[in-house]
Design a protein around this ligand. Structure first.
Ligand code: GLP
Length: 242
């Protein structure tokens, strides 16, 4: 793991935006894995700004998001699809046909998970997977457990994770769906390069466990230790226990 610490989340977001844009410039057909949550908001703001000012061509890039709530689609305000449209997709000129998200309203969720795996494989896999981390060490919605799913699956969310997502649902954790679709650990670990971003004090312990602890399903992000190319980008506060 390559660990990088930045003075604040703006500096981090700026560095990562620059690298992603460099990667798109070098490889216009880049396949990008994208996260949601509070952490990537600064990154998406920076990508919007740089795209506006620099005429970056995203039209051949493909994206795959990590996860989506079961029962929600693009027209639901709390969905990750709605978040992605508002934060990034509506602003940078991606081809709508190149944007892949799990459909939380699919009639057959198992089939939807299989479709997603096939779509990723069909494009030759993910080149750069950007990830956040839950305060409990989850990545995507791979929650701490005795065992983890290798592939895209239906995940049951832990109470703390529903609390952490309440802001998308008017602050009410009870309105956060109990289940989500998520890439699995193997899906994530198959990306050629993984970039994990963490900011803020509530991520300190998860980050320390991920970097220095045992590889354990009780801290799913610790599995990134076995990946050959992981970059961990932290602000000083999230890096405090390293
Ligand atoms: C959410 C998402 C994750 C995200 C993580 C951290 O529940 N499913 O993909 O990385 O938890 O979120 P945040 O950045 O808001 O702390």
């Amino acid at each position: 793991m390559l660990i990088e610490t930045f003075d604040n989340e703006e500096a981090l977001a700026s560095a990562l935006a620059e690298r992603l844009i460099d990667a798109v410039t070098r490889s216009p057909r880049l396949v990008l894995g994208l996260p949601t949550g509070r952490t990537p908001i600064a990154l998406y703001r920076e990508l919007r700004r740089r795209t506006r000012e620099g005429r970056i061509d995203w039209s051949d890039v493909h994206t795959f998001n990590l996860d989506e709530f079961v029962g929600l689609g693009g027209h639901d305000a709390g969905s990750y699809r709605a978040y992605m449209q508002a934060e990034l997709f509506d602003h940078i000129g991606l081809d709508a046909a190149h944007i892949e998200m799990l459909d939380g309203r699919a009639a057959d969720l198992a089939l939807e998970c299989e479709r997603y795996e096939r779509a990723i494989a069909g494009l030759g896999g993910i080149d750069i997977q950007v990830l956040g981390i839950g305060a409990n060490g989850h990545i995507g919605f791979n929650e701490p457990a005795d065992g983890l799913h290798a592939r895209t699956h239906v995940a049951t969310l832990l109470p703390g994770t529903r609390d952490a997502n309440a802001a998308l649902f008017g602050g009410d954790p009870a309105r956060v769906p109990e289940r989500a679709l998520s890439m699995g650990m193997g899906t994530i670990l198959s990306a050629r390069h993984v970039v994990l971003v963490a900011t803020g004090a509530e991520k300190r312990d998860a980050v320390a466990g991920m970097v220095h602890g045992l590889v354990t399903p009780t801290l799913p992000a610790s599995f990134l230790q076995v990946h050959p190319r992981v970059t961990v980008m932290l602000d000083r506060v999230a890096a405090a226990r390293l």
